[in-house]
Ligand binder design. Structure first.
Ligand code: PEP
Ligand code: MG
Length: 588
């Protein structure tokens, strides 16, 4: 039994499928003498293709984003040209009879242990560049040699990986995944977000697990308390299988409410929308009975794209998502990159000391006006498509801190509209909203809300900034608590200000799908929530057990309590009484 951070609730028992950065089948024999020349040729062919890729990427990013941003690809190309780099590989192939992929595997391990000893951030960053180049080479090699791609697998599987990268998720395609375990990551890592949006139990932050699990092993993932068991005994296995069946049964039972309206026990209507990252999530949102999409995180469009998605590509994706979404209502958030998510061409040439307080999100969009305008134009054009289907698109801007930023955004949107007018392109002037996720914005909500058409609380960030505790750092994640007394006070003030001003308000952080927090938010007067699609049926069910008056009373009692621990315990006791099945969704 190992313990990690529970990031997506539920229980799964299944067959492990390990994803290594470079897959080298342990059974691969050494090369025969007569195979060496061909292997060296394979390596050369892959190197040529990788260099051609990098040159094309550099040209595209240079024309669409800028010269400085494209420079990273020149750096990667220079690594491929570096004599020491290729000499090592060639020597291992020729002298030690390694396959090119085994040689790459050895190279990355060698660099990793070398760099592990350095404290120099700059050098550590260079390791990421080397890794990037090696993975690109590896991709081409597996195409050339057809070796190194794991045997096709069939679900349902439990994925075990270091960290699940967006590109790996895409590569998994339609394989049925029933659980995820990662070595790195936390509540808000990519793996966690994917797992929650699909309702898959997941545990992150289990160091070294890849060394102890092999593809084919039986593995248990308990996403309620973060336990992972490898090759458990028959008794443990059957106990967990029973829990797994109960979890599935509950999910099925709840999903049956998909066409029912979301209302409290005393008949007050709630809006339950979905947070999505992709078209597949929009389809899941429909299946779960979402009332539209409250947050489309567009960064995944950039993260999973081989280079920069241009206006037409974006428009195509937005349209497909609008077409798949219930009522065709989609809130599209502009690029929220930086912090924990980066793309190579958006120039973080060296690591920032405080990335979450640094150059991320809207701050980055302002510095790339062309990139920003391209996205705004695509969204405004998508809004015209939504209107043709009697739906609606709203534009949401992340990480707003000051009123000046809102003014600047309005100016950019006007510019995009003028351009589209001139080009006679069809568009709609969509509503403009701000993510409220920076404490400064929460304090000044009264001033800010008049400048926007709607507000969406990003509680994941708001909580980490209020508590000054990085949401991705397991050492301090115990402080990142949405039920902490100061967080609840700030939220109650923000909700009150928006309700008083009649400003449409949603909350789209993870707490929207946490039963205890959900009830307290209803008590504050919040009526619109956006969450991972998989949670919508459960929250609909929970709402039907609670009256608004009851939620208000619980909130008043909670606001008297002085510690997070007491609030959690109090709310757990109350919910056990009011809606016992909601306990399934509670992590610790
Ligand atoms: C948030 O901060 O609460 C949010 C919804 O956005 P993200 O998790 O993408 O930062
Ligand atoms: Mg955020």
């Amino acid at each position: 039994m190992r313990k990690g951070i529970p990031v997506s609730p539920g229980v799964a028992v299944g067959t492990a499928y390990c994803i290594h950065e470079i897959y080298v089948d342990p059974e691969t024999p050494c090369l025969e003498d007569k195979e060496v020349t061909a292997e060296l040729d394979h390596y050369e062919a892959a190197r040529e293709r990788a260099m051609a890729d990098l040159r094309a990427l550099q040209a595209k990013v240079e024309s669409q984003v800028g010269h400085a941003e494209a420079a990273i690809f020149a750096v990667h190309e220079s690594i491929l040209r570096d004599a020491t780099f290729s000499d090592k590989i060639r020597t291992w192939i020729a002298k030690e009879r390694l396959t090119a992929q085994s040689a790459l595997h050895r190279l990355i391990n060698e660099y990793t242990s070398l760099f592990a000893r350095t404290k120099d951030e700059y050098l550590r960053e260079r390791l990421n560049d080397v890794r990037d180049v090696v993975l690109r080479l590896n991709g081409h090699l597996s195409q050339v040699t057809r070796r190194g791609t794991p045997q096709p697998v069939h679900g349902p599987l439990i994925i075990v990986a270091d960290e699940l990268l967006p590109s790996q998720v895409v590569a998994l395609g339609n394989i049925e995944v029933k659980g995820i375990v990662t070595q790195a990551g936390s509540q808000t890592s990519h793996a966690a977000i994917i797992a929650r949006s699909r309702g898959i139990p997941a545990v992150s932050g289990v160091p070294g697990i890849l060394r102890h699990v092999n593809t084919g092993d039986t593995i248990i993932v308990d996403g309620r308390d973060g336990h992972v068991a490898i090759n458990p005994d028959a008794e443990t296995r059957s106990a967990y299988r029973k829990l797994e069946r109960e979890f599935f049964h509950l999910k099925d039972e709840l999903a049956a409410n998909r066409d029912a309206p979301a209302v409290t026990a005393d008949g007050v209507a709630l809006q339950l929308q979905a947070n999505i990252n992709s078209l597949a999530d929009a389809q899941a949102a429909k299946a779960m009975g979402a009332g539209g999409v409250g947050l489309f995180r567009t960064e995944y469009l950039y993260l999973t794209h081989p280079d920069v998605p241009d206006e037409e590509e974006q428009l195509k994706t937005y349209r497909a998502i609008i077409a798949a979404t219930p009522a065709h209502e989609v809130t599209i958030r502009t690029l929220d990159i930086g912090g924990d998510k980066t793309v190579p061409y958006l120039g973080h040439t060296h690591k920032e000391a405080n990335p979450f307080m640094g150059w991320r999100s809207i701050r980055l969009s302002f510095e790339h006006p062309e990139l920003f305008l391209t996205q705004l134009r695509a969204i405004l054009r998508a809004a015209a498509f939504a209107r043709s289907k009697r739906g609606k698109v709203r534009i949401l801007f992340p990480m707003i801190t000051t009123l000046e930023e809102v003014h600047r955004i309005r100016k950019m949107v006007r510019r995009a509209c003028q351009q589209l007018d001139k080009e006679h392109k069809d568009y709609v002037e969509a509503d403009i909203g701000m993510m409220l996720e920076v404490p400064a914005a929460a304090i000044s909500v009264d001033t800010l809300l008049h400048a926007v058409d709607f507000v969406s609380i990003g509680s994941n960030d708001l909580v980490q900034y209020l508590m000054a505790a990085d949401r991705d750092n397991p050492k301090v994640s115990h402080l990142c608590q949405p039920l902490a007394p100061p967080v609840l006070r700030v939220l109650a003030r923000v909700v009150e200000a928006c309700v008083r001003a009649g400003k449409p308000l949603t909350l789209c952080g993870e707490m929207a799908a946490q039963p205890r927090a959900f009830v307290l938010l209803v008590g504050m007067g919040l009526r619109s929530f956006s969450m991972s699609p998989a949670f919508i049926p459960s929250m609909k069910d929970l709402a039907s057990h609670v009256t608004v008056a009851q939620a208000g009373e619980l909130l008043q009692r909670v606001l008297q309590l002085r510690t997070t621990h007491r609030i959690k315990r109090f709310m757990r006791d109350q919910l056990t009484r009011i809606a016992p099945s909601s306990n399934w969704l509670d992590t610790e």
